[in-house]
Design a protein around this ligand. Structure first.
Ligand code: TYD
Ligand code: MG
Length: 452
């Protein structure tokens, strides 16, 4: 019997070593080495080994004028930078149950023009059929196969010759050339390298679905993210309907675009007007609610921030925040305490961003402060007023990017007044706007403007 050979592989960077190590000498991470069984075989890396490379002059390389595959889905097209590039390898990551399989299945079912092969390692063909029925779309051109053996998958691909391949998920796939179990670092690395080779040589795009580990990273080696052309992350709170598709890496377009979906009874619905997240409820007269003209990716949308400030019932005041960085909230509370003189040290503060979204835009600061003060004073902010502005440590309101887009979005949605940082004023021409623009320089000014 052949002796099994094992090696220790760093789960962060994929470096291997014959013995276990506490700290990876390459990436410097601690405690990342795991044991993998390896057997080096001389088999070619993929079944598509006929290609031989030949150097070409850069000026002689043809680009085929970038024919992208239209995914029939505005949000997905947007995130991919205008459609799927032939021969590209796209990884879609996300927590279990967030809707990755649903997104991909409903997309391929709508792509009737293209022959697609959906390789499922997680669900049976029956389950997929049930899901397709639930989605209410049917396709003439979508093949389903439940298979996890990579060599078999390549045989099916050879027979069917699809225009698009889906692999759900990369962690279930294994190749016979590596002896460790599916989902292990060596397996994921080898399988994705073979799939990449296939995609490039046959110019067939491949969508890989990937799992996320406890820390929120894509499970498996970091090299997986280096191998693929595009990494998309599907995120959202499972208890809410809204989902965001973010582009983390894109070799064929910008990474600042993002797509928004809503999980409905019959699949994911594209949300082309993100401000609808906010405009569903009426909070007339309620304190602690403020509206911010935020930008995520490159799209402006108005989002609601809610805060509740109450006297701490227990000795230690509680601070909690959903959808907004809690350290940033603590900083803003310190600014209010030190610069504006509000005694919030003994108060419980709870903050919530509507719709279960996570927003990283610094222009949210002013709205966060406004909702905290509104709740603290128990005075509601007028419904037609929205804000945008970053708050600095000395209580100054700092300028934000894309101010014009924010103002136009607020105007479009019928807001009567917007508070903006003073330093943003010179960037645009406000003569033709019907919305009233108030500039503020300091938190105190914003406070006076909002609460009189
Ligand atoms: P799924 O695509 O299986 O998630 P993943 O592949 O990321 O693990 O999503 C499953 C969840 O989506 C499940 O909780 C049910 C819900 N869902 C709907 O709400 N509506 C639908 O039409 C479908 C198909 C699923
Ligand atoms: Mg799934």
């Amino acid at each position: 019997m052949a002796k099994t050979k094992t090696a220790f592989v760093c789960s962060q960077c994929g470096n291997d070593s014959p013995k276990w190590q506490g700290k990876c000498p390459v990436c410097g991470e601690w405690n990342t080495y795991v044991e993998e069984i390896i057997s080096k075989s001389n088999a070619p890396l993929s079944n598509f080994d006929t290609f031989r490379s030949k150097p070409l002059l850069l000026k002689d390389i043809q680009t085929d004028n970038e024919v992208r595959i239209d995914m029939n889905d505005l949000e997905l097209n947007r995130v991919l930078g205008g459609g799927l590039v032939p021969g590209s390898l796209v990884l879609i990551g996300g927590e279990p149950g967030i809707g990755k399989s649903t997104l991909v299945l409903q997309t391929v079912l709508k792509l009737d023009k293209y022959k697609t092969l959906y390789v499922s390692g997680e669900e049976s063909a029956k389950q997929l059929k049930l899901r397709a029925e639930r989605l209410g779309v049917d396709s003439e051109n979508c093949y389903i196969v439940c298979e996890t053996n990579l060599e078999q998958i390549f045989t099916h691909i050879n027979n069917i010759k699809p225009d698009l391949v889906i692999i759900d998920s990369i962690q279930t796939v294994f190749t016979e050339r590596v002896e460790s179990s599916p989902g292990s670092i060596a397996q994921v690395r080898e399988s994705s390298a073979s799939i990449l080779k296939f995609a490039k040589e046959t110019n067939t795009p491949v969508l890989l679905i990937g799992h996320i580990n406890k820390e929120g990273n894509i499970a498996g080696p970091k090299v997986l993210e280096h191998i693929v052309d595009t990494v998309l992350q599907f995120e959202g709170d499972r208890h809410y309907m809204y989902r965001i598709l973010r582009n983390i890496k894109n070799r064929f377009g910008s990474t600042s675009e993002l797509g928004i979906y809503e999980m409905c009874q019959r699949g994911l619905r594209e949300v082309n007007n993100p401000s609808e997240l906010l405009l569903t409820q009426n909070h007339e007269g309620l304190s602690g609610v403020s509206i911010s003209a935020a930008i995520e990716g490159v799209r402006p949308f108005l989002i609601e921030t809610q805060a509740l400030v109450s006297t701490a019932a227990y000795g230690m005041p509680q601070r909690s925040s959903t959808g907004f960085d809690i350290r940033r909230m603590n900083m803003l509370l310190a600014v209010l305490e030190k610069r504006v003189g509000f005694k919030l040290g003994q108060k419980d503060v709870f903050l919530n961003i509507a719709g279960g979204l996570r927003v990283n835009d610094p222009a949210m600061d002013l709205a966060v402060i406004a909702s905290i003060l509104s709740s603290n004073l128990d005075v509601a902010i007028e419904r037609e007023v929205c804000t945008c502005g970053e708050v600095g440590l000395s209580g100054e309101i700092r300028p934000v990017n894309r101010i014009e887009q924010r103002i136009l979005e607020a105007e479009k949605l019928g807001f009567k007044k917007i508070l903006i940082p003073q330093n943003n004023l010179k960037e645009f021409d406000n003569k033709k706007l019907s919305i009233q623009i108030k500039t503020v320089k300091k938190v105190e000014e914003a406070f006076k403007e909002l609460f009189g």
